[in-house]
Structure formats: structure tokens, C-alpha cells
Design a protein around this ligand. Structure first.
Ligand SMILES: Nc1ncnc2c1ncn2[C@@H]1O[C@H](COP(=O)(O)OP(=O)(O)OP(=O)(O)O)[C@@H](O)[C@H]1O
Ligand SMILES: [Mg+2]
Length: 510
């Protein structure tokens, strides 16, 4: 006889934590920092607040490999009553909305809590205050994995005298600082490239890193959107019908979906052979399944709108890449919005050249999804494939070359390969846009390299002519009796006229 049972969500993730990026003490420490920083940035920039994020890692017990991680932000905070669920219930999130966020699963914080209790059996400490709140809430929380619910060990309120707002979280976990150090630093640096408006301060056992704010300009925050009709499934419709019981089909469609007004809804109903005035509560389960199918098949919908996306923009990407990579030149582009399966997305790309970028046999690739730097699983990422297949030789790039390539995909639904959010799956529409974005950026690089080559040739020409000036001026002076200096001067002017640039200008550009 088999023994059947259901595994509560929290228990399932405790057992399968590597699926969420908690493979081993090094990777788990990296993932902990990542989840906290991503939440901090979501809680600030999404609401138009210039982010200040402070992260500290300390050694708690060297022998057992226990470390503490503390992260604090100046974001919108978590309402006191929500704190237990937000930390203690797997799949509890404010981000299941159609809007670009770093977070999407409702899992990040809970994985940290589960990992902490599995390895050190210590609770997670939280302090938070929302905007204008007159109280600060403090909690110590663990998770009861059997019921997937929070266990509150400690709770306290303080008066919020200085109107502080934000969130501070502290955990004690098993973590390998030395093995994770390089990746954590790299992660924070790459975060600063796409978010140069953030101030990120990091202190580790033997490093400190201060990534200052380079601009106060932020991309406009994403608006909240509605789901596109191409993204529905039968369950989603069932839920909508439950919430809009008395609505007609026309009303249901025209009020709840992206880009669908009454006219579009009517056209769809006619195409699908459905009565627009039928009450949705009278539709059978079968009808709903069929309706969902027809909605996905219909080609007459408007394209998904991109208002819920928030790309970094070419200007910020160029600023960030120049500052953090120390590149000599950066060229960035933001493509126009596209969509796959009803989900809007935008691809941005930048190519950075020279300066402190070390020459290599293939481009250094910096991948991003919704402003999250992706450091692991590069081999299965669609951007790696496109960058490798790209015909760089057509753009005057000869390897080894000091070339870095940034690819940023933003979407209300990033097709991640796994819950660890480390690689983007190979969706043909996205692949195509990445290729086009690289092409647009590489064209600018080509023009730049061509100009530089031309200037190098001119310098060479100038030098090869100028070296005869003294000798000729001398001979002419002997023959004509004119001033040698004046003759040399005229000869220089003659060469400059021939090349079309003054010596000073040439030197400046070279
Ligand atoms: N620093 C923070 N400031 C304000 N709210 C926060 C903060 N961290 C978490 N939250 C709230 O807690 C919720 C749960 O966070 P959690 O990291 O577990 O999931 P998520 O960010 O929604 O998705 P993901 O699993 O992809 O990270 C968030 O949706 C947000 O509402
Ligand atoms: Mg999160």
C-alpha cells in the first residue's frame, strides 16, 4: 500500500532549497544578500524613493561557519500586521501584480527564514515602519513548516519619533563568506550599474564597499497594469467570475483586461460565437475552459501596453557602466516594447569598450533581468547564446578585445529557468530583440572604432611628414636666407592643412 500525504509548501521548500538558490553555505549567503537587496530596491525605487541600502555581514561563530547578515533600507516599509505573513508564510507577496518588480515568487524572504532555522535554528529579526507611521514594529519570527504559517517569538512596538521609514532585517545563517565574497561584491557592483541612483553601502568581515549615488535621476516608476487576455487560463477566469458574479461577458472582458474596451470585447465575442450579454455566472466550467482557449487564440487584441515596465534607459546605463566598469566608451540602446504570449517586455543593451575592461577572447557578458544582475547559470541563458553567435567582426571588433556587453530584459513576467532567478529561458521573441538590441548598440561602437582608426592613421601620417620639417627648413634657410623657425612653422601649417586637423587637435584625440 502506498502512503499518501500532502507536503506543506514551506516544508517542500525547506527540503528542496537548492531550487531557490540555497545550494550550499557559499551560495546560500550570496542568495540571502541578493534577496534582501532586491526587496530593498523594490521597496524604494518602485515608489519613487531614491534607494539607500546598507548591508553588513559579520562572523558569528568561525568554527561552525555561522555568519550574520543585516540589511536596511529607506523604503515604504511593511505594515506591522503584515510582517508575520510576509516573513513566515511561503507564497505571500505584494508583488503578484502586473508590474515590473525584482521579486515575483513571494518566496525570497521565506527561504532565508527557512534556511536560517535549518542551519542555526535562530529566528529572523525584523524592524519596519511604513511611510508616516507613528510606530516602529519589531518582530522575531520563525516558520512552522507543517502549517506554512509564521511563529512569532517576539513582538514589540516603539514610537516612531523621527518618522523613520524602511525595513531592517537580521539573520544568522550558516554561510561561507570567503567562498561567496567575490560574487557578492560583483553582484553589488553590477547592481550599481543599472541603478546608479542607488546608494549601496556594504561591510563584510574584511571588505567594505561604498557604491555612491551617481545621479538623482530615476526611471519613472512602473504603473500597475491589467493582465493581457492572451495570458488567461481557466482558473484565472473562474476566480474573476467569482468576483464579478453579476457581470455580463462584455463587462467582464472590458473591465479586467489590458487594452480591452467594449468595442474590442464585442468584436471578440462575435469572433468566438459568444453572446456578449450572457451573465458570466451562468457559464459552466466547460464554457470557461473554452472561453480561456478562445481568448488565447484570438489575434484581434491590442498589443500589451508597456506602462507596467520600467527600463533603466540608455542614459543611466551609460552612466552606470562608465562609472563602474571604468570603460573608455559606452553605447546603450533601449528597444521599443514587444511581447511574448501576452507579456510585455523591453530589451536594453549596452556595449562598453576599453579603459579598465581587460581584453578577452569573447565579450564579458553582464546579464540583467528586471534590473537584477544574473551571475550564475550563464551557460543556459539566452543572452549568452546571442552574444556568442553575434558577428562581432562585422562591427570592427577583433578578439582579444576589451569588450563588455550588457543585456537587460525587463518584463512583467521574466521567463526564468528556475526559482533561483539566475537565467532567462530561450523565448524566440526575446532572443530576437536581444539580437536587435546588440546590433543597434554595436553599430554605434563600430562608428566609434572607425573614427578612432581614422584618427590613428592621421596621427601616423602627421608624424611621418613632420619628421622632415626640420631638415627641409634648414636647407631652405640656407638657400633663401629666410628665418628657419618661420619656415618650419609654415611647413607645419602646410601639413596640418593637408591632414585637415591641427597638431593640437590630433594630440587631444589620440
Ligand atoms: N525591504 C522591504 N520593504 C518593504 N516590503 C518588503 C521588503 N521585503 C519584503 N517586503 C514585502 O514582503 C513581500 C515578500 O517578500 P519576498 O522576498 O518573500 O517575496 P517577493 O519579493 O514578493 O518575491 P520573490 O520570491 O521573487 O523575492 C514582498 O512582496 C513585499 O511586499
Ligand atoms: Mg523578494
Amino acid at each position: 500500500m502506498y502512503h499518501y500525504e500532502a507536503l506543506p509548501a514551506a516544508e517542500w521548500f525547506r527540503r528542496n532549497r537548492e531550487l531557490a538558490g540555497f545550494h550550499n553555505p557559499a551560495r546560500a549567503l550570496y542568495q540571502t544578500v541578493r534577496e534582501l537587496v532586491e526587496n530593498a530596491l523594490d521597496a524604494t525605487e518602485t515608489y519613487g524613493i531614491l534607494p539607500t541600502v546598507y548591508v553588513r555581514i559579520g562572523v558569528v561563530d568561525e568554527q561552525r561557519g555561522w555568519v550574520s547578515v543585516y540589511a536596511e533600507d529607506n523604503g515604504i516599509g511593511i505594515p506591522g500586521g503584515e510582517i508575520p505573513n510576509v516573513l513566515g508564510r511561503v507564497f505571500y507577496s505584494s508583488k503578484y501584480r502586473v508590474r515590473q518588480h525584482r521579486g515575483i515568487f513571494g518566496l525570497g524572504l521565506k527561504m532565508i527564514v527557512l534556511y536560517a532555522q535549518s542551519t542555526t535554528n535562530r529566528p529572523v529579526y525584523v524592524r519596519s515602519a511604513t511611510l508616516k507611521s507613528d510606530k516602529i514594529y519589531e518582530y522575531a519570527i520563525m516558520i512552522d513548516t507543517n502549517s506554512n504559517s509564521p511563529a512569532v517569538l517576539h513582538r514589540q512596538e516603539y514610537p516612531n519619533k523621527y518618522k523613520w521609514h524602511g525595513t531592517a532585517i537580521k539573520v544568522c545563517i550558516e554561510g561561507n563568506w570567503h567562498a561567496a565574497k567575490r560574487r557578492i561584491e560583483e553582484y553589488l557592483r553590477r547592481t550599481a550599474i543599472v541603478a546608479p541612483y542607488a546608494e549601496i553601502i556594504f561591510r563584510g568581515p574584511d571588505v567594505s564597499l561604498r557604491l555612491g549615488r551617481r545621479t538623482t535621476k530615476m526611471p519613472p516608476p512602473p504603473e500597475e497594469g491589467l493582465p493581457h487576455p492572451k495570458t488567461v487560463d481557466a482558473d484565472m477566469l473562474k476566480q474573476m467570475v467569482r468576483e464579478n458574479g453579476s457581470a455580463t461577458l462584455l463587462e467582464l472582458l472590458a473591465g479586467n483586461f489590458d487594452g480591452v474596451g467594449r468595442e474590442t470585447a464585442r468584436a471578440f465575442a462575435a469572433w468566438a460565437g459568444l453572446a456578449p450579454d450572457a451573465r458570466v455566472s451562468e457559464l459552466s466550467q466547460d464554457d470557461l475552459v473554452r472561453l480561456a482557449e478562445r481568448m488565447r487564440q484570438y489575434e484581434g487584441w491590442r498589443r500589451p501596453r508597456a506602462v507596467s515596465l520600467s527600463p533603466a534607459g540608455a542614459e543611466l546605463l551609460e552612466l552606470g557602466a562608465r562609472a563602474i566598469l571604468g570603460a573608455e566608451a559606452v553605447f546603450a540602446v533601449t528597444r521599443k516594447p514587444e511581447s511574448y504570449g501576452g507579456h510585455p517586455f523591453i530589451v536594453e543593451a549596452a556595449v562598453a569598450w576599453g579603459g579598465q575592461i581587460p581584453p578577452a577572447e569573447r565579450p564579458l557578458l553582464l546579464r540583467y533581468a528586471n534590473k537584477i544582475p544574473l551571475l550564475y547559470d550563464e551557460g543556459v541563458d539566452v543572452a549568452r547564446k546571442v552574444a556568442d553567435e553575434f558577428s562581432w567582426q562585422n562591427y570592427r571588433v577583433r578578439f582579444p578585445a576589451p569588450l563588455a556587453v550588457i543585456v537587460h530584459v525587463c518584463s512583467t513576467k521574466i521567463p526564468y529557468v528556475s526559482a533561483g532567478k539566475e537565467a532567462i529561458a530561450d523565448i524566440p521573441e526575446i532572443e530576437r530583440e536581444i539580437r536587435l538590441a546588440l546590433r543597434d548598440a554595436a553599430k554605434k561602437l563600430r562608428a566609434y572604432l572607425a573614427r578612432r582608426e581614422r584618427e590613428a592613421e592621421l596621427v601616423e601620417k602627421y608624424v611621418s611628414l613632420a619628421k622632415y620639417v626640420d631638415e627641409i627648413a634648414h636647407s631652405l634657410a640656407v638657400v633663401t636666407g629666410a628665418s628657419r623657425a618661420r619656415l618650419a612653422e609654415s611647413l607645419h601649417r602646410l601639413i596640418e592643412r593637408k591632414i585637415g586637423m591641427t597638431a593640437e587637435e590630433l594630440l587631444r584625440r589620440a
